[in-house]
Design a binder for this molecule. Structure first.
Ligand code: HEM
Length: 140
């Protein structure tokens, strides 16, 4: 697996991870804006709530795929022990992301937790980014 990741990134494992993690973080901010429009907390003349909701779902699914790719590269290339705070934030993030998708699927009363889970996700994506990509870019 380690060799596969090295080959696919042509040896630029960290750089590729930094780019992907930054795309994920940008999409996470977008998710919050879309959710705000979907819930009617933010009104934009060019975006209807139903469209925002559908886009949130599609963009969220893209985030899940990208996050799994980056996490797989992280774990199989660097391992868990080397990760420190980054590994802890990343693990909590994966758990909360899985819980959020589960709550979306279950629906009903637990759906009231979605704003809290969604906001926590943005914070966790931010912390995980800061403790890896942020460090690399000198902003962590
Ligand atoms: C970084 C932040 C977020 C991420 C990564 C994210 C991710 C996702 C994903 C992956 C789905 C689709 C699940 C599926 O297809 O089964 C989804 C749907 C949903 N999310 Fe989020 N979400 C975030 C923030 C939020 C926030 C802040 C709220 C509420 C205020 C929210 C409310 C919802 C709702 C209501 C749905 C269902 C949409 C529908 O039925 O069309 N999310 N989210």
């Amino acid at each position: 697996m380690e060799q596969l990741i090295e080959d696919v990134t042509r040896g630029n494992v960290t750089e590729v991870k930094v780019v992907l993690a930054s795309v994920i973080l940008a999409l996470a901010v977008y998710q919050l804006l879309l959710a705000a429009v979907a819930y009617g907390w933010l009104r934009l003349p060019f975006l209807e709530a139903a469209t925002a909701s559908w886009t949130h779902r599609a963009s969220g699914d893209a985030i899940v795929v990208l996050t799994i790719l980056v996490a797989t590269a992280c774990l199989s290339y660097y391992g868990f022990e080397e990760g420190g705070a980054h590994a802890v934030f990343g693990s909590i993030l994966l758990g909360v992301l899985a819980l959020k998708v589960l709550v979306v699927r279950i629906g009903g009363a637990p759906a009231r937790l979605l704003p809290l889970l969604g906001a926590s996700l943005l914070v966790l994506f931010g912390l995980t980014w800061l403790s890896s990509a942020g460090d690399f870019l000198g902003v962590g």
